[in-house]
Design a protein around this ligand. Structure first.
Ligand code: OFO
Length: 164
């Protein structure tokens, strides 16, 4: 059994993960509208992964006999000035989520909640990967700049992730 405080914190994290899913889906919609189908595919895949993250928290709460309660999702932004701006925002968002996961670990350790601490370790590793992968993409956008042909190639490259 986990504490009330931990139950609330993990429920809040479900909301944060679902918001991540919603934000990336909104970015996918923006890319579709701008005819960047590869970037859109990448974001759709990311959105699905975020939904799976939310479900990991859902299952964990259920497993430890706690109650899952869903709250309203914040409306995501719907447009960006460029693909670079969208990916920069995704990077910033992942840093924010990393901080949230770190705070959850701090709470679990303070409460000597070893099971939750153990459960959260997967997310610690996942966040390192997510921040690194988006950071790499932001750097590619910066290298490419306004070069249309290179942007087209990058769209293709990121699109191939969506089908992998
Ligand atoms: Fe769930 O890792 Fe991104 O937000």
């Amino acid at each position: 059994m986990i504490s009330e405080k931990m139950q609330k914190a993990l429920n809040d994290q479900i909301n944060a993960e679902l918001f991540s899913s919603y934000l990336y889906l909104s970015m996918a919609a923006y890319f579709e509208a701008e005819n960047w189908t590869g970037f859109a595919g990448w974001m759709k895949k990311q959105s699905r992964e975020e939904y799976e993250h939310a479900m990991k928290f859902f299952h964990y709460l259920t497993e430890v006999g706690s109650r899952v309660t869903l709250e309203a999702l914040e409306k995501p932004k719907t447009s960006w000035t460029s693909p670079l701006e969208a990916y920069e925002e995704a990077h910033k968002h992942e840093l924010y989520i990393t901080k949230r996961i770190n705070d959850l670990v701090t709470l679990a350790q303070a409460e000597k909640d070893y099971a939750t601490n153990n459960f959260l370790q997967w997310f610690i590793d996942e966040q390192v990967e997510e921040v690194a992968s988006v950071d790499q993409i932001v750097n590619k956008f910066k290298l490419v700049g306004d070069n249309k042909v290179a942007l087209y190639m990058l769209d293709k490259e990121l699109g191939s992730r969506a089908s992998s």
